[in-house]
Design a protein around this ligand. Sequence first.
Ligand code: GLN
Length: 537
Amino acid sequence: MKYIFVTGGVVSSLGKGLTAAALGTLLENRGLKITLQKFDPYLNVDPGTMSPYQHGEVYVLNDGAETDLDLGHYERFTSTKLTRYNNLTSGQVYQTVLDKERRGDYLGKTVQVIPHVTDEIQNRILQITEQSKADVLITEIGGTTGDIEGLPFLEAIREFALDVGYNNAVFLHVTYVPFIKAAGELKTKPTQQSVAKLREIGIAPHILVCRCEQPLNKELRQKISMFCNVPYEAVIEEKDVEHSIYEVPLMLQRERLDDLICRLLRLDAPAANMSHWQDIIRKIVAPQHRVRIGVVGKYIELNDAYKSVYEAVNHGGIANDCGVEIEKIDAEEIEKYGPEKTLKGLGGILVPGGFGERGIEGKIQAAQFARERKIPYLGLCLGMQIATIEFARHVLKLSGAHSTEFDPNTPHPVIALLDEQKRVTQKGGTMRLGAQPCQLTVGSKAAHLYGAFVVQERHRHRYEYNNAYRSQFEEAGFCFSGTSPDGKLVEVIELKDHPFFIASQFHPEFQSKPNAPHPLFRGFIAATHAHIHHRPL
Ligand code: GLN
C-alpha cells in the first residue's frame, strides 16, 4: 500500500477534499485501486448532530455512517465504496481511548496524546489498509495547518510515514496563493509560512498544490519551489474552475500531478485515459438544452448545505445534455410573497431534505404549486413528507393534516413516528440510516426510470408515512410506487395525472455520479425539459 497525505494551509475552504477526490480519479484511471479517508479534528463523534450552518451537508454512506461532505466528493469522483471507517473524528479517537482507559487496557500507564491518541489514529490507517486491499490510500486531514486540534493527526501521519519509509508515503499540501489587487500580483508569503509551520512539526511536503485565481508564472513557481524546498515540478497550479468542479481532475492531469505521484511512490501505471471525463465536461460547458430548476430549502444561502442535491441535479443535466441553472429559493420567501412570484418560470421544483419547522409552510405551497400547475416535482425525504401533507390538506381535504414533527397534536398525522423511534432518547446516530432495500411497483414511473424492481437507497430520517391513510390517498390518485420489501414503509410516491411528480423517503442524491447520473434525477431533468418545451415525455 502506498500513502498520500493531503493537508491544507493558509485558509480553510480551499477544496482539499476536491483535490484529494480529483487525484483519486486520475490514479483510478491509471488502473490503480484506490481508496480515500478523511480525518476531522473536531470533537463531535460525527457531523450528524451538527447544524448545516456549522458543517454543511451530512453525507450518508451505505452502512448508515453520517459523515463529512468530502466523502461525497470521494464517492462521486471515484468508484470506491466507503464505510464508517473512512471518516475519523477526534471525537471518535478520544471515545476509543477513554473506553480503553476505563477497561484498564493501558495497564496503569499514563494515557497521553503521544503515543495513545496518535496510535489510535494510525490504527485507523492500518485498518483501511487491511480492509480495502487498495494500491493507494489518500488520507485527507481536515482543518488548516497551525490549528491546535489538528496537531495529533499531523504527528500521527508524520510517524506513520517514517514507519513505512521513503517511496511509500507522500505529503501533499494544498495551499493558497492570493492575488492582491492593489499590488496587482500573486503573493507567495502565506504559502511559505504555512509550509514553515508544517516543517516545524516535522513534515516536509513533497508537493504543493497552489490554489489561485490567476495562473502561476515561471518566476512564482521558482520562488515557491526555492523558499518551500520542493522541486519546481512539484509546484502544482490549481486555478479556480471556470464551469464545474469536474474540471479539476483534468486540470491536475495537465499539471502532471499524477505522473509526479507515481514517480515518487514508484508506481508503475500507464497514463490515465480521461476521454470519458472530457465528454462530461463538454456536456457541462456546451449543453444542447437549458433548464431552470428551483430548489426550495431553508439553508439556501449556504452552498454546502445541499451539496449532493445540487451535484445530482447537475448529473441529471449531464444525462440529458442539458445545462441546469439552479435557483435557490428560500421557503420563507414563498410564505412572504406567495408561490406565483417566487416560483415563476421554473422548469421544475425540487424540495430537498430538512429538519425543523422553519419554512415548512412555504415548502407545502411549493408542492401545491407544482401539483396544480403540472410542473415537474422531485421531493427528497422531507420533500416526500411535504408532498404528502399537501395532498392530504388540499386534495383529501383533511384540514390541519401535518407531520407530528411539526405539529404533535395534528388531527391528521399523515407523517408520524414509528414506535421504535418513539423510544429513542439519544440524538446521535439514532435515525433510520443507510442503505435499505426498496421494492418498486410494476408499472410505476419510478420502476420505469430505474429499470429495476428492487433498489437500494440511503436513508436519514425519523418520521414515516402513516399507513392508516394509505387507501384514502390511493383512491385519490396518490400512488405508492415504492415500499420496503415487507410493504410496511412507504419509500416512493408519485401522482397519476401529472407529467412528473415523484418523491422518495430516501436520499437518491447520495448515489449519483457525473458518469452515472441517478435515474430519478435523470427523469426529473428530462421531464422539466419536456415541460418547458410542451413536449410529451
Ligand atoms: N425531518 C424529517 C424526518 O426526520 C425528514 C428528514 C430528512 O429530510 N432528511 O423524518
